[in-house]
Design a protein around this ligand. Structure first.
Ligand SMILES: [Zn+2]
Length: 165
């Protein structure tokens, strides 16, 4: 059997969300208070973490710098350090809450890389289990997935509080 290419960031919904009113989804969320509505589970000085509404796998997180930039070099050293510390916390939370056998971490830079939101860089952190498969076609209905995510929102938000102490 051939290995499938792993590309959870090629998710159509993000493109749709971003095109809804032409504004950047992350910048919109940045102006809101963290809640189950926007799925923001953690916020540091320069970064935030959101659960992915239509995840590749259970526990799929996005780690986003607060500074809107499409360029990996567009962050200051302080912002970059904060982003990576937040990424480290996110992996710690995933390990604590979901206990996966591994994790994928990835970022798309620029439109050609296939990013849904190509104007605001962000990391995807996806827990992996041996033999797992794309969560979306398995579950099928978007509504079901959303409910599933809401169910783990509190656990994930709480875990961030614990690991960031
Ligand atoms: Zn933005």
């Amino acid at each position: 059997m051939k290995n499938k290419m792993w590309a959870p960031w090629r998710m159509e919904y993000i493109t749709k969300a971003a095109k809804d009113d032409g504004k950047c989804l992350f910048c919109k969320v940045l102006k809101q208070k963290a809640s189950k509505n926007n799925l923001v589970v953690y916020s540091s000085k320069h970064s935030l973490v959101m659960m992915n509404r239509y995840p590749y796998n259970n526990g799929h997180l996005m780690v986003v710098p607060k500074n809107h930039t499409s360029n990996y070099d567009g962050l200051s050293k302080t912002e970059n350090d904060d982003l990576h510390e937040t990424l480290r916390l996110s992996i710690r939370v995933i390990n604590k809450v979901y206990k996966p056998q591994g994790c994928n971490v990835g970022m798309n830079i620029g439109r050609v890389a296939g990013a849904g939101i190509d104007s605001h860089i962000h990391y995807h952190v996806v827990p992996r289990w041996n033999g797992d498969t794309n969560f979306m076609p398995v579950i099928g209905e978007v509504k079901v997935i959303s409910e599933h995510i809401l169910g783990s929102y509190d656990r994930v938000a709480k875990a961030f509080k614990e690991v960031s102490k």
